[in-house]
Write a protein that binds this ligand. Structure first.
Ligand SMILES: [Zn+2]
Length: 596
């Protein structure tokens, strides 16, 4: 009996012990394992979530991949120091009125305004002034003065401003969306994604492993707990974020941005390609945009370097190439221009005409009568294939079918192909061909294509594919992927070497004695083709002005396309003037680097 009772107790104890053991293990499971698993529907583990309820963070680095120019100069990832205001009661602020007034002077704002903003804060806020939502960068002197104030509810903290807060013509870089500038102190990090430009086309590659964040312990009313130290959290991965080297030269990009700004250029683009391999060295689009402050509807973020526009006489390169390739004229054939073509309502730009003029002079003088006559001789097919051989009517940007796990990769966002004949036009109609042959009607070319056509001609008709991405590296510097310049031989469907060299000579004439003679006394000897296209903007007659060319003629270094859009019909060709300034600037850059 006693034995049995003892046995019962033993069993009882045993069962209890097992139960306790199970509970303990379950608790240990929760404590040791489950807390590191993600809470359903959240980006955080239980441990992180429990901390974050009591903390607010500021992003030091988004963890997104960064871009550099061809010399390794950063294009993204600008660390600034900014003032952060933590919630404080009005009473508290009023009692520190003297210091707050000092602070207002340091920040360059009005004391009452500062008191009003600060007194109403429910959340910590990065100081951005009243007129903008972009946090203000503080100078060293401002930081020193602010620290001397010793205001307990004010901190100076670093913060990543991805692009720097500036207007630029770097629309090819694009921008990210998802960040809320006004409340960068967050409880849960907002999802950021690339919305245009390289930020969009490379989004899946550069997303990274999450941000580096400084967390501040706060109490239930969002006041920072002063005696607890802030804590930095960062993803631990030596391979990410990736670093993307572009082919852009940021100094040249900015130099050309300044030229377009001083010239008062309102709409258009300047594209500079390396004449040796068609790499994009600079691409400036007007009007400028500020990637930190995008207004989705205003269109300033659109890259006009990649948008097709009516080319005007720049398209005479296509007509001339088609005529030469098919042997339908010779450089010495003579034409007569009395200012009127006599058909299709077409006249020459020169009142009274050019008189007797040969083919070569007709190109230098950009005579419409000569080119209308030539276009009538061509079949639509001959024009289309000459355009295609120069890279028109198709995308020309470097692309890859297999790239780091992506099925297709085209780094240039929204690159337009342009057109030769539109689908609806009957190209067998001579009037359609004549209008197209002088770059009107449906003909459309992007500045990138125009500059690339120069490089193709300089390479004897070999088709080139402008790159903007040069290399991708891991965070630790190890090379992940190189891209190589692409060339497509003129096998059957390109411009021949002979035709290429004739067109290059003719473009020299344009500057020596033709429509580009204003470029005669620039630092480099230049060559190129001008263009003035008649377009309609909101029903009004306007002009597109172009100059496309290269320099120096003796040893070509850069190919440049300038397009100025929406100009008054009686204005001078601003593109030619800007082309001259850009080439002088490039000449001085080359001289400075010692490679001229
Ligand atoms: Zn003429």
């Amino acid at each position: 009996m006693r034995l049995i009772r003892n046995k019962r107790i033993t069993y009882g104890w045993l069962i209890l012990t097992i139960l306790i053991a199970i509970l303990t293990m379950r608790l240990a499971w929760v404590q040791l394992v489950m807390k590191h698993q993600r809470v359903p529907g959240s980006r955080h583990t239980m441990v992180e979530a429990s901390l974050i309820q009591r903390e607010r963070g500021i992003v030091l680095d988004s963890g997104r991949g960064h871009f550099t120019d061809r010399n390794g100069k950063p294009l993204t990832g600008n660390l600034i120091w900014t003032a952060v205001l933590f919630p404080a009661g009005e009473k508290e602020l009023r009692s520190a009125h003297h210091q707050v007034a000092k602070l207002a002077r340091i920040l360059g704002t009005d004391t009452n305004q500062l008191l009003q903003i600060w007194g109403k804060l429910k959340e910590p806020q990065l100081w951005h002034g009243a007129d903008s939502r972009i946090p203000r960068s503080l100078s060293k002197e401002q930081i020193k003065q602010i620290r001397e104030l010793e205001l307990p509810k004010l901190k100076v903290l670093p913060y990543e401003q991805r692009y720097g807060n500036r207007q630029s013509g770097m629309q090819w870089l694009g921008f990210v969306s998802g960040q809320r500038k006004e409340s960068l102190f967050f409880q849960d990090y907002p999802e950021i994604s690339g919305t245009s430009g390289l930020e969009k086309t490379m989004d899946s590659l550069i997303r990274g492993e999450g941000p580096t964040v400084v967390y501040f312990p706060v109490n239930s009313t969002n006041e920072v707990i002063q005696d607890m130290k802030p804590m930095v959290k960062a993803p631990d991965n030596r391979y990410y974020p990736l670093r993307v080297s572009t082919t852009i030269d940021i100094d040249i990009q900015r130099g050309i941005e300044t030229i377009t700004e001083k010239a008062g250029m309102k709409e258009g683009a300047v594209v500079v390609l390396d004449a040796r391999n068609a790499d994009i060295v600079a691409m400036v689009s007007r009007p400028f945009y500020n990637p930190e402050q995008i207004h989705p509807k205003d269109g300033q973020w659109e890259n006009r370097g990649l948008k097709a526009a009516t080319p005007g006489s720049v398209f005479k390169l296509v007509t001339a190439a088609a005529i030469l390739e098919n042997g339908l004229s010779s450089p010495n054939e003579h034409f007569h221009c009395d200012g009127e073509f006599g058909k299709f309502g077409l006249s020459c730009w020169k009142k009274g005409g050019h008189g007797t003029i040969d083919l070569r002079e007709g190109f230098a003088e950009s005579c419409n009568v000569v080119f209308a006559t030539l276009a009538e001789r061509l079949t639509p097919q001959q024009m289309t294939s000459a355009a295609s051989a120069l890279g028109f009517g198709q995308s020309v940007g470097w692309q890859s079918q297999q790239f780091l796990g992506l099925r297709s990769f085209a780094p240039l966002d929204h690159e337009e192909k342009g057109t030769v004949f539109s689908g609806s036009a009957d190209a067998s109609d001579a009037g359609v061909r004549v209008q197209t042959g002088i770059g009107q009607r449906d003909a459309a070319v992007s500045p990138l294509q125009a500059a690339n056509a120069m490089v193709t001609l300089l390479h004897g008709g070999v088709k080139t594919k402008p790159r903007i991405v040069k290399q991708i590296r891991y965070a630790n510097g190890q090379l992940l992927q190189d891209t190589n310049p692409l060339y497509e031989g003129p096998a059957g469907n390109g411009i021949s070497r002979e035709t290429s060299s004739i067109l290059l000579e003719w473009m020299e004439d344009v500057v020596q004695e033709g429509t580009g003679s204003a470029l005669n006394h620039r630092k480099w000897t230049l060559a190129g083709k001008s263009g003035t296209a008649q377009v309609k903007v909101k029903g009004r007659a306007r002009n597109n002005q172009w100059f496309v060319g290269y320099g120096p003629v003796e040893k070509p270094r850069y190919a440049v396309a300038v397009l100025v859009e929406n100009r008054s019909t009686n204005s001078s060709n601003q593109a030619t003037e800007i082309f001259g300034q850009v080439s002088d600037f490039l000449a001085s850059v080359e001289a400075g680097s010692g490679s001229a």
